[in-house]
Design a protein around this ligand. Structure first.
Ligand code: MN
Length: 474
């Protein structure tokens, strides 16, 4: 009795927490949001605060969502949010606008009249429209779900903008992209006119370098989301390895990858899947994926999912038959060694585009010289024709940096060798061998962590995995 008496407040507390958590998830469902592992509102809030600190006093920032794009006639491409706008809001809706002001602005919204530094403008809720195109946050939902200080419908931004600009010396607004269209294009044009019509001179600047500077280093919360995307993409690759056989089509491997990716909850591929066999293995961004696979060929599979807006980027190269030929293995091992040697150098302070890239180039050059594929050492560049890698984040080719690595950045390391058929002076046994191995590394305090470690990468390990026929996870 006593024991129960003592435990019960604890049980009540636990039950209350559980209930509120489930109520929370349930109420978001009213806005069409069912996932419970999105980045928290505090992440986006802290990004907005960092940006406000960087723009200093008397400045206003306006950011806006991506446009919707027609695929054909009445059909639109699936909407994909603008990365910089997403990074500041967590909002995945079109026709949305964010105003940040270093001077407080007085607003009246669904929660009353108060002074704020941030207002998000979104489409109003409209049951008729939502029946066609899906549930929306609406202003109340934007405050509740995204945690912005204030929100209004996207027809009401003008007054707030005038108020914010009335005391501002500078307006930070991105230049509209060339393909801007629809409602957001009208809004951006209108903002330009409003700014010009103000009775005082306001300096117009771009905020993108500030936001992109922030985006380079990933927070622990972002890394959690990114690791999930990596985990899902690795599962997809394992499935392709286990299912690959002579006579299948490239698009069937792609279908298996995309099935696993979506089955594990990723929303989209991070880029169109590249599944290139034989003569297509030497085409860097081949993605029509229509050819039949034949034993004896090699396949470059550059496939990765996007999870909760964050990209992944992984490539594996496998033999159709399950066993590399001697020539394929020789090329594969050079690329593998180049990647190993390059990854050893990845740590804070090192210049990726110089030291790391150079090391991979040396290994490829020496390997090709040794095999007799090249005779002149400068010629290795004819076969290793792309950069060694790039940062990954919201964009698969994420915001650029000067290449000097910082703790918390995620980079790909993706050396490759591609030898097309009929390459003059190169023995025909090397023709149509394309190999790319691409992994993601996280720069840590004293080195790096290979995020894709769990996916077979050594030639022998790939062959072993290909023998495990069947369905991943079974
Ligand atoms: Mn890549």
């Amino acid at each position: 009795m006593n024991t129960i008496g003592r435990i019960s407040p604890f049980i009540v507390l636990v039950l209350t927490l559980l209930c509120s958590a489930s109520l929370c998830a349930q109420s978001y469902a009213g806005y069409g949001i069912y996932d419970t592992d999105f980045l928290p509102p505090s992440f986006f809030k802290s990004n907005r605060e960092k940006l406000l600190r960087q723009i200093g006093d008397s400045a206003v920032v306006v950011l806006y969502s991506a446009s919707e794009h027609t695929r054909n006639n009445d059909v639109e491409f699936q909407f994909r949010q603008d990365d910089d706008f997403f990074y500041m809001t967590g909002c995945n809706e079109p026709s949305a606008l964010l105003i940040l002001s270093s001077n407080p602005i007085e607003v009246t919204d669904t929660t009353g009249t108060h002074t704020v530094h941030e207002i998000l403008f979104v489409e109003s809720r409209n049951s008729r429209a939502e029946t066609w195109t899906g549930r929306r946050l609406g202003p109340y939902g934007a405050i509740k779900v995204l945690g912005v200080e204030s929100a209004s419908t996207n027809t009401e931004y003008k007054q707030a903008l005038r108020r914010a600009l009335s005391k501002a010396k500078a307006l930070y607004i991105p230049l509209p992209p060339e393909e801007i269209n629809g409602k957001i294009a009208d809004m951006v044009r209108d903002i330009e006119q409003t700014t010009r019509s103000m009775q005082r001179s306001i300096e117009i600047r771009t905020p993108l370098h500030l936001i992109r500077g922030m985006r380079q280093v990933k927070s622990a919360e972002e890394l959690k989301v990114m690791r999930k995307g990596v985990e899902i993409s690795m599962e997809g690759h394992r499935q392709m390895m286990r299912s690959c056989k002579d006579g299948m089509y490239e698009y069937q491997l792609q279908a298996l990858f995309e099935f696993v990716g979506k089955d594990r909850g990723a929303e989209y591929t991070a880029y169109p899947c590249i599944v290139g066999s034989g003569e297509n293995s030497v085409i860097l961004h081949y993605n029509t994926n229509r050819k039949q696979l034949h034993a004896g060929e090699i396949i470059v599979m550059d496939c990765a999912m996007e999870y909760h807006n964050y990209a992944t980027d992984i490539t594996r190269t496998i033999p159709v038959s399950g066993r590399f030929t001697d020539a394929q293995r020789a090329i594969y091992n050079i690329v593998y060694d180049a990647q190993e040697e390059a990854m050893k150098l990845v740590k804070p302070g090192v210049n990726y585009y110089k030291e790391v890239t150079q090391r991979a180039g040396e290994v490829i050059r020496n390997g090709l010289l040794q095999l007799g594929v090249i005779k002149d050492s400068a010629d290795y560049k004819k076969y290793f024709i792309h950069g060694l890698g790039h940062p990954v984040g919201l964009d698969v080719h994420d915001v650029s940096s000067d290449g000097v690595l910082k703790e918390g950045e995620v980079w790909t390391v993706e050396p490759g060798i591609y030898i097309p058929a009929n390459t003059e002076g190169v023995d025909s046994k090397w023709w149509n061998i394309g190999v790319r191995i691409e992994d993601e590394v996280l720069v840590t305090g004293d080195g790096n962590e290979l995020l894709t470690r769990a996916l077979p990468r050594k030639g022998e390990d790939i062959e072993k995995t290909m023998q495990e026929r069947g369905v991943v996870g079974k």
